[in-house]
Design a protein around this ligand. Structure first.
Ligand code: SAH
Ligand code: DHB
Ligand code: MG
Length: 223
């Protein structure tokens, strides 16, 4: 088996279950000036996030790492009329592109883009006594993933689902001597997640049109 079949089957699944409308189709091209153009989740990963949001009946979703708003649009579309997605983005250029894309998709009333360092905004959310989130998607810079996990737990309730993207990194997590800070970040995250008795967790490998990777999924047992 080669990688080509994973891409073709991913497209087969996307064409059946995760067909992009005009708004989703515009997001990746809208990022052409960004060197992170390829970091958006894939269509069927978007559909997967929607299924999880529906499974936990999410009314409040937190996302760390907005980029152009691709995953935000998939997530916000599952929300009821009074639901809210708070999405955190460090780069003002990404946040502005995301705002345009989210507005074009008619979702601006449900999506609150907070611009700044995620660790600062997460502290702000706690200071504001933010209601606990029903679902939290971690997808920003990889070195502080463990700190994002601790914040996710603080901002959760029993039953909150936490998902983290890019925790396998083309299998590089197996290299105990890796000097790559992103790899080290997710290795520390995965070990912390595995040990955390307040969560029930695992990792699902992701193969398809994006680089081979993985998504961690966890549910909060207690707070
Ligand atoms: N979730 C998006 C992809 C996010 S890519 C999607 O699937 O559509 C990661 C994003 O995290 C980038 O836009 C990057 O600018 C942002 N980011 C990086 N470091 C950050 C930090 N410290 N705080 C907040 N956002 C950060
Ligand atoms: C990168 C970040 C992501 O979240 C992703 O899904 C793919 C790539 C990156 O930092 O290059
Ligand atoms: Mg990602």
């Amino acid at each position: 088996m080669d990688e080509q079949i994973f891409k073709e089957v991913d497209n087969y699944i996307n064409n059946l279950f995760a067909v992009e409308d005009e708004h989703l189709k515009e997001v990746v091209p809208s990022l052409k000036e960004s060197n992170m153009q390829h970091a958006s989740i894939s269509p069927n990963q978007g559909k997967f996030l929607q299924i999880v949001a529906k499974l936990c009946n999410a009314k409040r979703i937190l996302e760390i790492g907005t980029l152009g708003g691709y995953s935000s649009i998939w997530l916000a579309r599952t929300l009821p009329a009074d639901g809210q997605l708070i999405t955190i983005e460090l780069d003002i250029k990404h946040a502005e592109i995301a705002k345009t894309n989210i507005t074009k998709a008619g979702l601006q009333s449900k999506v609150d883009i907070r611009v700044g360092k995620a660790l600062d905004i997460l502290q702000q959310l706690e200071n504001e006594n933010a209601e606990p989130f029903d679902m939290i998607f971690i997808d920003a810079d990889k070195p502080p993933y463990t700190e994002y996990l601790h914040w996710a737990i603080r901002l959760s309730r029993q039953g909150t689902v936490i998902i983290a993207d890019n925790v396998i990194r083309n299998g590089k997590v197996l290299d105990e001597n890796s000097s790559d800070q992103a790899v080290q970040g997710v290795q520390r995250f995965n070990e912390t997640l595995a040990k955390c008795s307040d969560l029930t967790s695992t990792i699902i490998q992701t193969i398809g049109i994006k680089e081979y990777d993985g998504m961690a999924i966890a549910v909060v047992n207690r707070r």
